[in-house]
Each structure stands twice: as C-alpha cells, then as structure tokens.
Design a protein around this ligand. Structure first.
Ligand code: ZN
Length: 248
C-alpha cells in the first residue's frame, strides 16, 4: 500500500459521487482506499468487515465506471491470485463534474418551465398538469373529478433555485487535497516504524564496516609487538629453568 501524493477528492465529493453511481455501501470502501495505491482486497474486506466477494462486487461497480484499476499477484502459499486495487481520484473528479453539469442543465430547464408556464393541481393532490393538459381535461381532475386549481409554484421555484445554487457550488468547488487528518494517523503507525527500523540497521552497518578497515592497519603494528613479547617470554622462562638446573 503506497500513498499517492498530491490532490484528491474530499469526503463530501466522494460520498456524493459514489452514492450516485455505485450505491451508499461503497462510500466507506472508497474512503478507505482513496489516496492509496494497490490495496489488497483482503485488507479491504477485513477493515470493512465483509467478505472478499462483497468487496469485489463493490469494486466492480466502480470498475464499470473506470474509477478503479487493479494489479494481481499470485499468493505463493495459497496458489490463488490476490487483487490489489487503486482508486483513480482524477477520473472520479471528472465524472463528478460531468454528473453535476448534467444535473445543472436539467434543473435549469425545470426552473424555466416552472417560471414560464402555468400549472394546475387537484385539491386532493391527485394530479398536477400544465395549462395545455388541464385544458384537455376541461380543468377537472381525471381521477376524482374535482376542479383543478391554478397552482402557486413559488415553493417549487425557490426549491429549484436553491438546488441550482448548491449544484453550482459543487461544480465550482476546487479539487481539494485529501484531508491529512485521517490518513497520517493510520499510516505512520504501520509505515514509519518500518522505515525507521530499516534505515538505522543499514547505516550502522556501513559505519562499522568503515571502522573495521582502519583497525586492520593496527594489527600490523600489533604483529610487531606480538613478535617482541614472545621473544621476551621464552627468555624469562628459559632463564629460571637454566638457573634451577644449575642450582641443582
Ligand atoms: Zn383529484
């Protein structure tokens, strides 16, 4: 699992997009793998508390929109392939924009209809018709026969206007960087200790090797000192032995 540097999708955008295209149940999965590379499907299943098949089902829904890619590696012990998944945040963002822009166009058309046309509704809330269709039914409800009232659609208009404002906000929202609060908490626990352990081991090994080289020159000097000591010792040993033999 590697973290992808740079920009990403914020939580709100992910939730909005993923619910739209893949379903609410996939939001948590995307939040989990977002900003990482090659996440094992077994790890995803483990963290979400679902089966690997359920994870694959969710990922295939994203895959159909080309939002995830995978690599596979053969598990040497078990003999099967494990898939490692990566969520493409840029493609996710592009799709998010496309969906929002289409929605905006639809909302604008609906607002245009509401402000430029008259609508008539049954007091029993059976039906709502535009002027043309109301004339066809002689301004009577086709379901209950009540006379249709001209509708005050100011609430609908203001609701549409609010939705347009909100959609515009989402479209203009910058492609923000991932919230650093969540990820560094999870990652440093697993990664930093591994790096710290790996690097100190290598560096001292190099230093020791450097230190060992100069001492090799010293043993040459020691060899001379060694040659001196053996000469002295045999003399001291031999002398007492000679004295003892002489005294006897
Ligand atoms: Zn009616």
């Amino acid at each position: 699992m590697l973290k992808i540097k740079g920009m990403g999708l914020d939580t709100e955008t992910v939730a909005d997009l993923v619910e739209e295209i893949a379903g609410k149940d996939v939001i948590e999965l995307v939040e989990l793998i977002k900003g990482k590379e090659h996440v094992s499907e077994f790890k995803i299943a483990d963290k979400l508390g679902v089966t690997v098949n359920q994870v694959r089902n969710m990922l295939y829904r994203l895959y159909s929109y080309n939002l995830v890619s995978f690599i596979r590696k053969k598990d040497k012990k078990k003999g099967w392939y494990i898939y490692y998944w990566t969520f493409d945040q840029k493609k996710g963002y592009d799709l998010f924009l496309k969906i929002k822009k289409e929605k905006l166009e639809l909302l604008k058309k609906r607002l245009e209809n509401e402000t430029q046309k008259s609508y008539f509704a049954c007091p029993n809330e059976c039906i709502r018709l535009n002027l043309e269709n109301s004339m066809e039914y002689d301004f009577k409800c086709p379901d209950c026969g009540n006379v249709l009232d001209q509708e005050d659609n100011s609430r609908r208009v203001s609701a549409l206007e609010r939705e347009i404002t909100e959609t515009n906000r989402q479209i203009e929202k910058p492609y923000v960087e991932d919230k650093p609060k969540r990820k560094p908490r999870k990652k440093p626990v697993k990664r930093k200790p591994a790096k710290k352990k790996a690097t100190p081991k290598r560096k001292p090994a190099k230093k020791k090797a450097v230190k060992r080289k100069p001492p090799r020159k010293k043993p040459v000097k020691k060899a001379t000192s060694k040659s001196k000591t053996p000469k002295k010792k045999p003399k001291t040993k031999r002398k007492p032995a000679k004295r003892k033999s002489r005294s006897k």
